[in-house]
Each structure stands twice: as C-alpha cells, then as structure tokens.
Design a protein around this ligand. Structure first.
Ligand SMILES: Nc1ncnc2c1ncn2[C@@H]1O[C@H](COP(=O)(O)OP(=O)(O)OP(=O)(O)O)[C@@H](O)[C@H]1O
Ligand SMILES: [Mg+2]
Length: 221
C-alpha cells in the first residue's frame, strides 16, 4: 500500500540571524489511509513544525515529502495550495476562525473558490455532527472555546480531505467534549478512510490512536 503521506530524512532549520535552531532532525514518518497516528513530545520538540511540513504549509530545509506516493517537496506555492486543498484538512493549535463570519460561514470558507453548490449542505451537516446544529449563525465571539474548536474541526473536514492534521485538537476541551471530537475522528477514518495525525499531550487521545510517535528535541524516538 502507498502511504498517503510520508516524510523521508526531513530536516528543518530556522536561521534567526546568528543562531540556527534545528527543529526537525532527520525525521522519517508516514501515515496510511484510515490510520490514526498521535504525535507526542515536550514543548519545543518540533511537533507543530512537523505538522506544518506534513500540511504543505512549510517546506523542509532538507529531505523529501511524498503525498500519495508523489514527491511534492519542490512544488511551487500555487501547486502546493492546490494539493493542500485536495488532500489535507488542518486544525490549528489556535483556531484561526474569522471573527466577522458566522460558524456556518467559517466552515464554508475553504470551499468558497470552488463554486460547489453542495458546500452549504456539507457545512451544515458537519456542524450538526459536532453538536453545533443550534449555533450555525453564531459568530466566534459568541461561542465558547470548545465550540470554536468544534467549528475548526468541521471546517477542516468540509473539503473531504484524505488526511486530517490536528494540533492539540482536544487541548481546550473538557473530557466529554474531547471524547465527542475523538469519536468523530474515529468515524471519518473508519467510514471515509481518512488518515488522522494529531499532535497532543492528551492521554485520552493516545487511547484512540493506532500508533504513537514520540518526538524529542526534533528527533523521532
Ligand atoms: N519561525 C520560527 N523561527 C525560529 N524558530 C522557530 C520557528 N518556529 C519554531 N521555532 C523553534 O523550533 C522549535 C520547535 O518548535 P515547535 O513549534 O515545532 O514546537 P512544538 O513541539 O509544537 O511545541 P509546543 O508543544 O509548545 O507547541 C522550537 O525551539 C522553536 O523555538
Ligand atoms: Mg506546537
């Protein structure tokens, strides 16, 4: 089976004018369709950096990124955006919702340039699945932290991605709400064969994962 996403010998160096930080050191990583992989590690160990490279939001300093078996390391920004839209849903560590838009409009944002007539239906359905059917027209400042998190989850799924990347998806949620988000992840990976890769400190999330990868000081252990 072709891995849906793979990193081969990935290094990421940040040059902050004088001091070079090595955020990722020779990282090899993959995920298969339908697999749930959790990434754990201390603060500053490179988890968000790795997720950004997997999400084609950042490019490695050295090494190769393969998406569905194709080398995407040297694509142009525009080609990366196309691939990202087609393959990847991203849930950020902070939610990145647009404050002036309603929950429903926020979920529709990734579809806006596609002129897809079923987008509103999918957005509504996803908000119902995350338990926000009665909050469709609320703005982010009218939602609780956990509700904003769930809007971000729905938005990440609206283009039916093959890979879902999540940075601390349950970090702001109580145990019960966290579990409902994890149940939703479990459902989409089983029913839609989506690969879920989640960065976390949450032991509850670890229980849902097929496999846990430890990152320490930029290296996979
Ligand atoms: N844009 C940047 N410029 C310079 N250094 C950076 C940059 N982004 C991250 N780093 C450094 O790279 C290292 C890894 O950062 P990263 O954000 O990936 O950690 P993390 O594991 O996600 O941490 P946390 O659990 O606190 O979110 C850190 O030492 C950080 O200071
Ligand atoms: Mg982080």
């Amino acid at each position: 089976m072709t891995h849906i996403i793979e990193l081969q010998h990935v290094w990421k160096r940040y040059d902050t004018g004088g001091e070079v930080v090595e955020a990722l050191k020779d990282v090899d990583f993959y995920a298969d369709p339908g697999e749930f992989v959790s990434v754990m590690g201390p603060s500053g160990s490179g988890k968000s950096t790795m997720l950004n490279v997997l999400g084609l939001l950042d490019t490695p300093t050295e090494g190769t990124v393969l998406l569905d078996g194709k080398d995407v390391t040297d694509l142009t920004d525009q080609e990366m955006t196309t691939q990202r839209k087609q393959f990847i849903g991203f849930i950020f560590q902070s939610f990145h919702l647009i404050p002036t838009l309603s929950a429903l409009e926020n979920v529709e944002v990734p579809t806006l340039f596609g002129e897809d007539p079923t987008a509103r239906e999918r957005a509504t359905d996803l908000l119902e699945r995350v338990g926000l059917g009665d909050r469709l027209h609320y703005r982010p400042d009218q939602l609780s932290g956990g509700q904003k998190q769930r809007v971000a989850v729905a938005r990440a799924l609206v283009n039916e991605p093959r890979i879902l990347l999540a940075d601390e998806p349950t970090g702001n949620l109580d145990r019960k709400t966290g579990r409902s988000v994890l149940d939703l992840f479990d459902e989409i990976r089983r029913e839609d064969d989506v690969a879920v890769i989640a960065v976390t400190h949450d032991p509850q999330l670890g229980e849902y994962a097929d496999r846990t990868v430890q990152l320490v000081d930029g290296r996979i252990q």
